[in-house]
Design a protein around this ligand. Structure first.
Ligand code: G4P
Length: 525
């Protein structure tokens, strides 16, 4: 560790994920407060609803009050460089969140203490498990009546399929919430409902009588009993089990009251992983390598509707990224130079001269990038790990204004490159099918085609259950399958074979009848 580059080892790039309303935005805001990025609590929150300052462009976002895009926030804290990748909470944009998770080295999961594990948390955790991303869990809203902490921990283990290890322990909850005992630092943090300030920390030996003075005899005894049970039930915390994604440390607090957040952050920067090696098709790329490599995991469009500019978000994987330096855009085999790469802070963005592994830089994009594109100093590398998931909703997309066919095609192409949804072309009738994870995405596509490309589209229903990618070691068998199912065969944008099953039964029968064929529900296999 000692001879590793400190610019790399001090970086912490992570995402905060949660079911909507668990408190992700509030927690993000408090972390930024500690990072000195914002001065007043409430800044991010109002930003989330109005968003007018930074993203006037997406009217839809304002109307619905949901955060559609993923933004990046960074700050320095205690010698560490923290990069938070924000993710849209709305489930219709889950695909966006999945992709963001490919660019992080760890994640913090926020859970509502009363609601426990909710649908979206479960789904996102599946992606973390797949990628072996280390996670820390923050149980939020302890100032409200919630579940019994032991029951909640059991539920977390069961539902998220990961072992948990509490690193702080709540003293009561709701009206009677008195604080938490920080097991990681062995300190008592006393709670005072205060949205702006940081509350008192007391270093205390929980065995001594002084504890009673702080929290009263009854709660003192309960805390001692609880902690005894904790050490009986859970193994001692071993940071390696967290880093290997086998154990999730758990903190309790109240983001709204800024309680338990500093403890979370202090522990997080110490134990969370610094940028890890990234697997490319050709080889594994180590962050320590001297040459720059990076990949595009996110593209946001039209920040200013008057200038048709996009920003492509590039995660630096190795080496040092420099401004005004020629880099190879591998897919296009083109050399590009970026004169104004940007980094992001709560509400500002600024031009940077250099960036290190773990950092995210925003590159101006006029349609040259696609999700998953690789940039290097010349090496032909293709980063893996940006899977497309089988969509859950499907519609035929039709041109509603024949005078604008060109604009429509261009718009669809760019929106698909941005990863807004997936498109399949039915091999049987040549019609284009758009697949999404939620209804809202169809609305966003229609809105953006009209507002950004001047094109009109119309949706027509198609009854589909799943689209799955197929392949086989036996080319003859594959051909036979494609012929037999020719009405249900499509190609994705990469030209890969996709089977469109119209019911679970049909899919099951196909799987039974063609044992040599592999059916994949993500595009990466
Ligand atoms: P999200 O990004 O995960 O969707 O959640 P967000 O932070 O927006 O929080 C959802 C709601 O929960 C907000 O209330 C927020 O104030 C509240 N909240 C967050 N943390 C805590 C906490 O520790 N304790 C309590 N009691 N509430 C918390 P809202 O009514 O939806 O919004 P607002 O009117 O407060 O802005």
């Amino acid at each position: 560790m000692s001879n590793l580059n400190p610019e790399i080892t001090r970086r912490r790039t992570f995402a905060i994920i949660s079911h909507p309303d668990a408190g992700k935005t509030t927690l993000t805001e408090k972390l930024l407060l500690f990072g000195g990025q914002i001065q007043v609590a409430g800044a991010v929150k109002s930003n989330k609803i109005k968003k007018t300052a930074t993203s006037d462009w997406m009217e839809i976002e304002k109307q619905r009050g949901i955060s559609v895009t993923t933004s990046v926030m960074e700050f320095d804290y205690d010698g560490y460089k923290v990069n938070i990748l924000d993710t849209p909470g709305h489930q219709d944009f889950a695909e966006d969140t999945f992709r963001t998770l490919t660019a992080v080295d760890s994640a913090i999961i926020v859970v509502d203490s009363a609601k426990g594990v909710e649908a979206q948390t479960r789904k996102l955790m599946t992606v973390c498990r797949m990628r072996k991303t280390p996670v820390i869990i923050f149980v939020n809203k302890m100032d409200r009546e919630g579940r019994d902490p032991f029951d909640l921990l059991d539920e977390l283990e069961e539902e998220l399929q990961i072992k948990v290890r509490p690193l702080s322990w709540p003293i009561n909850q709701g009206q009677r919430f008195k604080g938490v005992y920080n097991l990681y630092e062995q300190r008592l943090n006393l709670y005072a409902a205060d949205k702006q300030h940081i509350t008192e920390n007391v270093e205390i030996d929980i065995a001594c009588e002084e504890l009673e003075n702080h929290i009263g005899a009854e709660d003192a005894q309960k805390l001692r009993d609880d902690l005894e049970l904790v050490s009986g039930v859970y193994d001692d915390f071993d940071v390696n089990t967290y880093l290997s994604a086998d154990v999730a440390p758990v903190f309790f607090g109240s983001a709204l009251n800024n309680f338990g957040v500093k403890e979370l952050l202090d522990c997080f920067v110490r134990i969370a992983p610094y940028p890890r090696a990234v697997v490319a098709e050709e080889r594994t790329v180590n962050p320590e390598e001297s040459k720059f490599t990076g990949f595009i995991f996110k593209i946001t469009a039209n920040i200013d509707p008057n200038h048709r500019s996009c920003i492509a978000f590039c995660k630096i994987c190795s080496g040092r990224f420099l401004r005004n330096t020629p880099y190879l855009h591998v897919r296009q085999n083109k050399t590009l130079r970026f004169s104004s790469p940007t980094q992001f802070m709560a509400q500002r963005k600024s031009t940077i001269d250099e960036a290190w592994p773990g950092d995210i830089v925003g590159l101006p994009d006029n349609g040259i990038f696609k999700i998953g594109d690789t940039l290097t100093e010349g090496e032909l590398l293709h980063f893996k790990g940006l899977p497309s998931f089988s969509p859950e909703m499907f519609k035929y997309i039709e041109n509603a204004d024949p005078m604008k066919t060109k604009q429509l095609n261009k718009g669809i192409e760019q929106l698909m490159d941005e990863g807004v949804a997936q498109m399949f072309t039915n091999q049987f009738n040549g019609r284009k099918i758009i697949g999404t994870v939620g209804q809202l995405q169809f609305e966003v596509i229609q809105y953006r085609l009209e507002n950004e490309y001047g094109a009109k589209c119309r949706w027509e229903p198609i009854h589909l259950y799943k689209a799955c990618w197929i392949d086989s070691d036996d080319p003859k068998e594959l051909e036979k399958f494609k012929q037999r199912k020719y009405q249900y065969m499509a190609k994705d944008l990469e030209g890969r074979d996709v089977f469109l099953a119209d019911s679970g039964y049909m899919l099951q029968m196909a799987q039974q009848d063609f044992e040599q064929i592999r059916f994949h529900f993500t595009s990466e296999f």
